[in-house]
Design a protein around this ligand. Structure first.
Ligand SMILES: [Zn+2]
Length: 151
């Protein structure tokens, strides 16, 4: 990082502060040659993830959508808004670190189900019944029995 005044690259960081949300850092630097102070800003690049849907269409990854589907699945269950937000956040983080450009919607759905099955079985079944599109009541009951059998 060059000094804006003298062009020297010899400087030290005199202060560093985390930006809101923790994904950026501001650094106050001082040139060791001329003493000029300047600020640099470092920010994590959010990948612009595309979600590939079952029919091959693509849409921009949207964590609000995950949040919404979690809220529907968790309606009237004893699950706090914070818990739901934390799950949506962690799914978004996982998707961003595991996939570079495109994430299949199936992978997202699986992550949501993995999170819900640990949290609340009713919420899980609600989500799974929409997500897996159970063909009939029998298939739905198999899933319920599979869950009960786990215990
Ligand atoms: Zn300087």
């Amino acid at each position: 990082m060059k000094c804006l005044k003298c062009g020297s690259t010899d400087n030290k960081v005199v202060d560093s502060r985390e930006g809101s949300g923790g994904s950026s850092i501001r650094r106050r630097r001082e040139c060791n040659k001329c003493g000029h102070r300047f600020t640099t800003y470092e920010e994590a690049l959010r990948a612009r993830l595309q979600v590939v849907k079952r029919d091959g269409r693509r849409e921009e990854f949207n964590r609000e959508k995950i949040l919404k589907s979690l809220e529907i699945a968790c309606r009237k269950r004893h699950i706090s808004v914070e818990q739901i937000e934390r799950i949506a956040e962690s799914i978004a983080d996982q998707a961003e670190s595991e996939f570079e450009r495109e994430v299949p919607s199936i992978a997202l759905g699986t992550k949501v189900m993995d999170a819900l099955v640990k949290l609340d079985e009713v919420a899980y079944i609600r989500y799974a019944s929409v997500y897996r599109r159970f063909r009939d009541a029998g298939q739905f009951m198999n899933e319920v029995e599979r869950l009960i059998g786990r215990e």
